[in-house]
Design a protein around this ligand. Structure first.
Ligand SMILES: Cc1cc2nc3c(=O)[nH]c(=O)nc-3n(C[C@H](O)[C@H](O)[C@H](O)COP(=O)(O)OP(=O)(O)OC[C@H]3O[C@@H](n4cnc5c(N)ncnc54)[C@H](O)[C@@H]3O)c2cc1C
Length: 299
């Protein structure tokens, strides 16, 4: 096996053009190899020491998150927590403190698992992915990123360099919740993210988007009926969101849950995510799941 460490993006791109696969935190790549799911690639290039990939930058257009930014950075970053809260929720829910310190946002989305926690938040926050190879740089909507479990539109020589999040409209809030059976080291049984924008002069809905985790071969968006716009966010609307989410889900049965249970419960999660996004859009303080950070019980 060949292992190199890149110090610049260009070094990484040259290694990838020669056939190397990138490794960031290794918390998917190494674990899959150790569990015998997929052997280690013949050639690996480490990208975790490239300063340009570990930065977060903000300007009037929004935020640029380097692909090697860790979940531990995301869950406490003040700008992420304030403006892109669903992403902070998701980062705080990932694995254990150790996993969150090595695991990166780029690794999470490029691994392309339908159970990834950052995917649904990035979809509702209108994220874009920057992909670079030696020949070109392109940006794609994150909702067009995944084509199936473990599969994406990225070519083998394309490095994810950043995730771009547009500036949020005033009076916007977002949230991510997931169902799990115990409080650590567990991937989502199902999950849901929501983003809500309220009208400037009241609490009527101006925009909403909802996306689901672990109920289809990829992260999926939920179509919310157009009549929802201009209405108050009340129990009736939240119930409709739950129904729309359950109808959109096409889950499988496995050892962790039956398809029937997943289909029902993802509606409950979507309702909770929308309620949390609504509360945050109104200015309520709804903290990210700090129990994960502290490692002790529910807040
Ligand atoms: C104990 C444990 C608990 C976990 N819990 C969760 C959880 O709760 N939620 C969750 O979503 N995930 C969880 N994971 C999975 C994993 O930690 C995350 O997906 C993490 O974000 C992966 O990031 P990484 O940097 O470690 O990826 P790596 O393992 O380094 O890479 C993963 C894949 O992405 C590719 N890749 C990495 N970076 C790039 C890049 N910049 N450009 C192109 N390709 C790239 C690699 O080649 C590889 O194919 C858990 C893992 C473990 C071991």
């Amino acid at each position: 096996m060949r292992f190199t460490k890149a110090e610049t993006v260009e070094e990484a791109l040259h290694a990838m053009a020669a056939g190397a696969r990138p490794i960031a935190g290794g918390s998917d790549l190494m674990v899959a190899a150790r569990q015998g799911k997929s052997p280690l690639p013949e050639s690996i290039v480490a990208i975790d020491r490239i300063p340009a990939l570990s930065r977060m930058d903000a300007d009037e257009r929004g935020m640029r998150i380097g692909a090697a930014v860790s979940h531990a950075q995301l869950e406490v970053d003040p700008r992420i927590v304030a403006d892109y809260t669903a992403l902070a929720d998701a980062a705080a829910l990932v694995g254990s403190p150790a996993t969150r310190h090595v695991g990166t946002i780029g690794g999470n989305i490029m691994n392309s698992s339908p159970a990834m926690d950052t995917g649904a938040p990035l979809v509702v926050l209108d994220g874009r992915v920057e992909l670079r190879s030696l020949d070109r740089t392109r940006q794609i909507d994150i909702s067009e990123m995944w084509t199936g479990p473990g599969q994406s539109v990225a070519a083998v020589d394309e490095l994810c360099t950043a995730i771009l999040l547009p500036e949020r409209a005033p009076r916007s809030g977002s949230g991510y919740v997931r169902l799990e059976y115990r409080r650590a080291m567990e991937i989502a049984v199902v999950g849901a993210a929501a983003s809500v924008t309220l009208a400037p002069d009241g609490d009527l809905l101006a925009a909403i988007s909802v996306a689901l985790t672990a109920v289809a071969p990829t992260i999926v968006s939920v179509e919310i009926p157009k009549e929802a716009i201009g209405r108050p966010v009340d129990d009736d609307l939240l119930d409709r969101i739950a129904v729309a989410a359950s109808e959109r889900a096409q889950p499988i049965s496995d050892v962790r849950a039956s398809a029937r249970y997943r289909k029902h419960i993802v509606g409950v999660m979507a309702r909770r995510a929308a309620a949390s996004a609504f509360g945050r859009a109104r200015g309520e303080t709804i903290g990210v799941p700090l129990n994960r950070t502290a490692g002790i019980g529910a807040p």
